[in-house]
Design a protein around this ligand. Structure first.
Ligand SMILES: *[C@@H]1O[C@H](CO)[C@@H](O)[C@H](O)[C@H]1NC(C)=O
Ligand SMILES: *[C@@H]1O[C@H](CO)[C@@H](O)[C@H](O)[C@H]1NC(C)=O
Length: 461
């Protein structure tokens, strides 16, 4: 348990309580002032959120990203949103090995590395982290992903200018990685984003950092649409007060992952005979990975179900299992009638929590016009003892990672529509202004971006 956070939370509650009491038991003379006090109380609630518009898709891109400003003057970075890892990092001009962005679009460190004695360095919990020999040394990190890509760099701290949904602009200093050596030995090209937005549960996770600064609650919401859009929010403002299905996070999750379960697999509402599967909710994975057993079962059920229907097996280099129709397919609307809903049932058989996945959330249409299964064999890529729910399953639902209450929730939503944020006192904002690029950054700051060039000498960390 994180003692520090518990204490902090206690203090907020304490002060809130004192404030409430003083507002209630005020003298009669003060009473005429109560409307003012009430407004003040509302404004001091520490529960605002940041909201980012999201772009991306499962196929052909394979990721969803946000645009985020870092630094002063700020620079804009596109970051892959990843609830499967903690550390945020950006391609770093230190200079850089294996960067996909041109130098001008890389992050330029400004003698702002953190020492390896820093709390967040020791808390990194990265298996390959180099030990801290001298406390003054810079904090190096190395992070590896399940697709064998990796990033090596140093921890830095810099400003993240953000606008909260309540209209306030803030400039918290957050810790992230300046990644100056990226390796990508796998068969796929490296992701073209400037880096990763780490939304995992660990101390260095962006949501954990924002919440320990008292800016937002440690809650992450994402809503990814089938049409390449969506939104991401940190804080609990967008969490609907009803209609959300909640399941608890596994108590003894082996890592900092959002693991739930055990769950049972249903096909077309009927038991598929696979129980007790643990699932990790991971927005950094484009597809869903089931262990060999569950994978085989689902494959068999789908194949059997396609008997007598016009779809036949077809090789397509996009994914391992694909089918073709008589004519090349353009849209999932043409074939979803041939497939059944897959359901994950968490908890008990009677009062279980159902996570329903309609065909359009487990299939893709490829460039060749075939339809392919977006569920893959996790055992094949070495996932051991757990399964991953990736972006493909998340489409069309709001997914809520509630670190305050150790639970995950979901609710079907229209993710194409950006949520309405509170307008500030300057009056109505158009959608464009409410969600400026890089989220919430005021325009003046944003136009200063270009002057950020050449402020720092090259190659120095
Ligand atoms: C918005 O929320 C932040 C942090 O949660 C708070 O510091 C700020 O005062 C709030 N602003 C308004 C206008 O309520
Ligand atoms: C899944 O992967 C495992 C390990 O490579 C393999 O033994 C198994 O046959 C695969 N299952 C299917 C259905 O391809």
């Amino acid at each position: 348990m994180n003692r520090e956070k518990e204490t902090r939370k206690f203090f907020y509650f304490f002060f809130f309580y004192v404030f409430l009491l003083s507002a209630l038991f005020q003298s009669p003379e003060a009473a005429k002032d109560s409307s003012v006090r009430h407004v003040k109380l509302q404004n001091q609630k520490l529960d605002s959120s940041v909201v980012f518009p999201v772009s991306g898709n499962v196929y052909p891109l394979g990721y969803y990203f946000v645009l985020l400003n870092i630094g002063n003057p700020p620079k804009l970075f596109d970051l892959d949103i990843d609830t499967g890892s903690d550390l945020t990092w950006v391609q770093c001009d230190a200079p850089c090995n294996g960067c996909t962005k041109p130098r001008a679009s890389q992050y330029k460190p400004n003698h702002n590395t953190l020492p390896c004695s820093h709390l967040l360095c020791s808390g990194l919990n990265l298996p390959q982290s180099t030990p801290c020999a001298d406390p003054e040394d810079q904090c190096d990190y190395e992070i590896g992903y399940s697709d064998h890509a990796s990033s090596f760099g140093a921890l830095v701290s810099d400003e993240f200018p953000i606008r909260l949904a309540n209209g306030s602009t803030m400039h918290p200093h957050l810790t992230f990685g300046c990644g100056y050596d990226q390796q990508n030995p796998g068969p796929h090209p490296p992701p073209p984003t400037a880096g990763i937005l780490g939304l995992g549960r660990g101390k260095v996770g962006i949501s954990t950092q924002l919440s320990s600064l008292g800016i937002t609650k440690n809650v992450i919401v994402h809503c990814l649409s089938h049409n390449g859009k969506g939104f991401l929010s940190i804080g609990d403002e967008l969490v609907p007060s009803s209609g959300v299905t909640w399941t608890s996070l596994a108590r003894n999750s082996p890592s900092k992952n959002y693991m739930t379960g055990p769950a049972e697999l249903l096909f077309d509402g009927k038991t598929a005979g696979v129980k007790d599967i643990n699932l990790v909710f991971d927005s950094g994975s484009s597809y869903t990975y089931f262990n060999a057993e569950a994978y085989q079962v689902i494959l068999n059920l789908i194949s059997k179900d396609l008997n007598g229907k016009p779809l036949v097996d077809k090789e397509d280099k996009s994914l391992p299992v694909c089918w073709k129709d008589k004519k090349p397919l353009k849209s999932l609307d043409d074939v979803k009638k041939y497939f059944k809903t897959i359901t994950l049932r968490f908890g008990s058989q009677k009062n279980g929590q159902l996570f329903q996945v309609p065909p359009e959330s487990y299939l893709i249409i490829t460039e060749k016009g075939n339809v392919c299964l977006g569920i893959l064999n996790g055992t094949e890529i070495g996932l051991d003892g757990y399964n991953i729910i990736g972006d493909i399953f998340f489409q069309g639902i709001m997914v809520i990672y509630d670190n305050e209450k150790q639970r995950i929730g979901w609710i079907p939503s229209d993710c194409d529509k950006l949520p309405k944020v509170k307008q500030d006192y300057r009056g109505e904002l158009s959608e464009e202004e409410a969600y400026p690029r890089g989220f919430g950054l005021i325009k003046e700051l944003f136009s200063a971006t270009d002057s950020s060039k050449n402020l720092v000498s090259d190659g120095e960390l």
